[in-house]
Design a protein around this ligand. Structure first.
Ligand SMILES: Cc1cc2nc3c(=O)[nH]c(=O)nc-3n(C[C@H](O)[C@H](O)[C@H](O)COP(=O)(O)OP(=O)(O)OC[C@H]3O[C@@H](n4cnc5c(N)ncnc54)[C@H](O)[C@@H]3O)c2cc1C
Length: 358
């Protein structure tokens, strides 16, 4: 029997789990602009401890051993083909879009590991550090630096009225208090123009001066769906650029095109653990469709998950948003902040949880 062709666009949290799970059930093509998968929520630890990235930056070939890996960017799709930036045309029976967020990071694992070493040198050689953005990335980076390098002066400038706006106000207040107790200066309701840098000083929109000899921009990355606006799926994007999906995670009204991960319009907070759940459901549905033959199979359905999120605060603490409770301190730290779910994520990909590859 001729194997069905499944094309997965995006080798991030969702795409990697799907590629690993479905590779022995179809002829799978995974398209990603880089040769590796990276555990996104471990990237801030890798900046203060570059060797941490040896377990968190994983060549796609380590877990995706059977199908074809295409290291390029998808730039267009039709109802039967995907076109890539390097000029390839790939036919599909089933398409899964898992493009998450745009993130211009290096193509090879070695380059990425070197990038972390460079960022670590930048942190170590700075006396004062400006972090632009008080979302999860800015908060986690500030906390990593404050814990590992307590002598550095860290300032967060955030244009919103509270930190971590994607979770509850109580979590924001507790996080602010925690950061202040570690001498992190937090400036809310202000923005900063990075180009305003003169004499080691930045100017904020409120007219304040911030002394810093290094800065990191930690503002949310845009969704990687703009390119779909020129394709046959252009009417399937909502006002926020998210892909509208049905309960089977198929793009609404399409029988052979699925979307998973942060790009979907599912009403839940955007978390990797949920993106992995989408991938597992779509793997199951693809197997049913592929193995079902002529018979119309009964596909599995997805239910939006309750709002749960943990933001790490250095190596031992964290702030957790549960549906009816917010907790800060050691308990969420024990769940997330030590290993940052790295062993667990590696296991999901069928890899040794603790192995280091240099
Ligand atoms: C600081 C921080 C901490 C977090 N902590 C947690 C946590 O503790 N637990 C948790 O569950 N979640 C956490 N998250 C959220 C989690 O990282 C995301 O929800 C998750 O990465 C979404 O997965 P995804 O596969 O949809 O997208 P991504 O992981 O963003 O992957 C998208 C992939 O698609 C590729 N791509 C993009 N465009 C194209 C294209 N046109 N063609 C081909 N490939 C393309 C990208 O290069 C990338 O590889 C955290 C996020 C941040 C920023």
């Amino acid at each position: 029997m001729v194997e069905k062709k499944v094309v997965i666009i995006g080798g991030g949290v969702a795409g990697a789990v799907l590629a690993k799970t479905i590779q022995h059930h179809a002829n799978v093509n995974l398209i990603d602009p880089k040769e590796y998968f990276e555990i996104p929520w471990a990237s801030l630890r890798a900046m203060v401890e570059p060797s941490f990235a040896e377990r968190t930056v994983i060549n796609h070939r380590e877990y995706f051993t059977k199908g074809d890996l295409i290291v390029s960017t998808a730039i267009n799709i039709t109802e039967s083909e995907v076109f890539t930036a390097d000029g390839r045309k790939i036919a599909y029976d089933y398409l899964v879009i898992a493009t998450g967020h745009t993130d211009p990071i290096p193509k090879t694992r070695t380059e990425r590991l070197d990038q972390y070493k460079g960022e670590n040198t930048k942190i170590k050689s700075a006396r004062s550090i400006l972090i632009v953005g008080g979302g999860p990335t800015g908060v986690e980076l500030a906390a990593e630096i404050a814990v590992d390098f307590p002598d550095k002066k860290v300032t967060i400038v955030h244009k919103g009225s509270r930190l971590l706006e994607y979770i509850g106000a109580k979590a924001s207040r507790k996080t602010l208090k925690w950061l202040k107790s570690r001498k992190v200066d937090v400036k809310l309701d202000q923005s900063v123009d990075i180009d305003s840098f003169t004499n080691e000083t930045y100017q904020t929109s409120a007219g304040e001066s911030i002394e810093a000899d290094a800065h990191f921009v930690c503002i949310g990355k845009p969704l990687s769906t703009t390119w779909l606006g020129e394709t046959f799926l252009k009417d399937d994007l909502d006002g926020n650029g998210r892909v509208q999906v049905d309960e089977y995670l198929r793009v609404k009204g399409r029988s052979n095109v699925f979307a998973i991960g942060d790009i979907t319009d599912i009403q839940e907070i955007k978390q990797g653990v949920y993106a992995q759940g989408h991938a597992k459901l779509v793997a199951k549905n693809l197997k049913l469709l592929i193995e079902g033959g002529a018979k119309e199979p009964k596909l599995g359905t997805y239910k939006a998950q309750a709002p749960i999120s943990i933001v790490s605060l250095g190596r031992k603490h964290g702030v957790a948003q549960f549906p009816f409770m917010t907790v800060i301190g050691r308990f969420p730290g024990i769940i997330k902040s030590g290993d940052l779910f790295v062993g667990k994520t590696r296991k999901e990909l069928g890899l040794e949880p603790n192995a280091k590859k240099s």
